[in-house]
Design a protein around this ligand. Structure first.
Ligand code: AMP
Ligand code: GLY
Length: 424
């Protein structure tokens, strides 16, 4: 069959790598892709929001299955556009992608269906938000309602910071219309865990757990980023936690979406906090995580195309997901200065070191070919170096060893990815 993947980051490289292993796939395309994805797929220069261009291409090439990677096209109705064109596509429709696209929607859903999450209030006007925050307990968390590249969350320690936060989100509109409505949420403490799952509308099958490191610098200092590294599984995601989440969070979320007439098919990524009072939902994402996918898929045994098809067909109950009994760590190689100012277009050396090395992967997040055909940096996050190992410590040692194989002039990484493993 012919498969098209929409997106061009590390997540899509990991998906493309996994899809390419399916014996059913005879041709793989990626729009727009990147220089790493080009090793496993034919990249076509169509943007992820160009639904006309994408559906025209899929029809022209008689694509049998399209997988939408990023949140923006899902929230804007990419799946609806493919379905309207009579094309088979994996991902939630617009009315279900709102689970990620609106924090106010997801909070109201959890409240209505008793899914554990932090207490909250929603505001449409800065005046009302400011009045509420004057007497609210600190710290408090302010969240832009809409999609803001994972950066629309402000943790405010004082009333002054909270006031400043309302100004940033609602008055200066730093994230545009995403901040026209905000959620003010109780501050929680605990370990964070991500759990990715496949959903077919009724049935949910959990993959495995992972943990991201969102801050730019060692020791969780510095600015929030798209993610600087991940490990899987999380040693804090125990059997008991898993059992609690299945009963109280995972299935109830799928059932709630169905009850609301917003049947969810695709990936639900549960961002959880393991608090003193049990696991609570921090956020939902309606797609694979980036860079969680780069540690989850290398551990997955199933033919992923079978699982995508089962989600579309509503037959996920017949699928047994299987994962290797090992661990994986991904260290992101970024451009020094990310997430603010950084140089691009610098040549990357050492990529060939990964060829034919079992258990070592280099997923490209921001790379491209220059005019001479040399692979150069093309983003803040450049590469995700992943390695597996028999346990987390071994996987981490392997991943950090592999980061040395790669060179580019402004290479930057965190040196403490997976440090929490030592505390488990
Ligand atoms: P979100 O995009 O909602 O996952 O938020 C981004 C990050 O902000 C999370 O990964 C947490 O580290 C932090 N965060 C979000 N909500 C809360 C909360 N209610 N209490 C404490 N930290 C939070
Ligand atoms: N790594 C967090 C996310 O994909 O949103």
């Amino acid at each position: 069959m012919k498969v098209l993947i929409v997106g061009g980051g590390g997540r899509e490289h990991a998906i493309a790598w996994k899809v390419a292993q399916s014996p059913k796939v005879e041709k793989l395309y990626c729009a727009p892709g990147n220089a790493g994805i080009a090793q496993v797929a034919e990249c076509v220069d169509i943007g992820v929001m160009d639904f006309d261009g994408l559906t025209r291409f899929a029809k022209e090439k008689a694509i049998d299955l399209t997988i939408i990677g990023p949140d923006d096209p899902l929230a804007a109705g990419a799946v609806d556009a493919f379905e309207a064109a009579g094309l088979r596509v994996f991902g939630p429709r617009k009315n279900a992608a709102v689970l990620e696209g609106s924090k106010a929607f997801s909070k109201d859903l959890m409240k209505k269906y008793n899914i554990p999450t932090a207490a909250y209030e929603t505001f449409d006007s800065p005046e009302k938000a400011l009045a509420y925050l004057k007497t609210a307990n600190m710290p408090i968390v302010l969240k832009a309602d809409g999609l803001a590249l994972g950066k629309g969350v402000l943790i405010c320690n004082t009333h002054e910071e909270a006031e400043e936060g309302v100004k940033t989100l609602m008055m200066d509109r730093q994230f545009g219309s995403a901040g026209d409505r905000i959620v003010a949420e109780e501050f929680m403490t605990g370990r964070e865990v991500s759990v990715l799952s496949f959903v077919d509308g009724k049935t949910i099958k959990v993959m495995t757990s992972a943990q991201d490191h969102k801050r730019a610098k060692d020791g969780d200092e510095g600015l929030n980023t798209g993610g600087m590294g991940t490990f899987s599984p999380s040693p804090f995601y125990t059997r008991e936690v898993d059992a609690f989440c299945r009963t109280n969070i995972f299935q109830p979320t799928v059932d709630a979406m169905r009850a609301e007439g917003r049947e969810f098919k695709g990936i639900i990524f549960f961002g959880l906090m393991l608090t003193e009072n049990g696991p609570k939902v921090l956020e939902f994402n309606a797609r694979f995580g980036d860079p969680e996918t780069q540690v989850v898929l290398p551990r997955m045994k199933n033919d992923i195309v079978d699982v995508f098809e089962a989600c579309i067909d509503g037959t996920l109950d017949k699928v047994e997901l299987e994962f290797e009994d090992n661990a994986a760590v991904c260290v992101v190689l970024a451009s020094d200065g990310y997430p603010e100012h950084y140089e691009k277009g610098l040549p990357i050396f050492g990529l060939d070191s990964f060829k034919d090395k079992d258990g070592y992967y280099v997923f490209h997040a921001g790379s491209k070919f220059d005019e001479s055909g040399q692979i150069v940096t093309n983003g803040g996050r450049v590469l995700g170096v992943t390695a597996v190992g028999e346990d987390l410590k071994q996987a981490r040692a392997n991943a950090y060893a592999a980061t040395e194989w790669i060179q580019f002039a402004n290479k930057y990484m965190r040196h403490d990815i997976g440090k929490a493993i030592d505390e488990a």
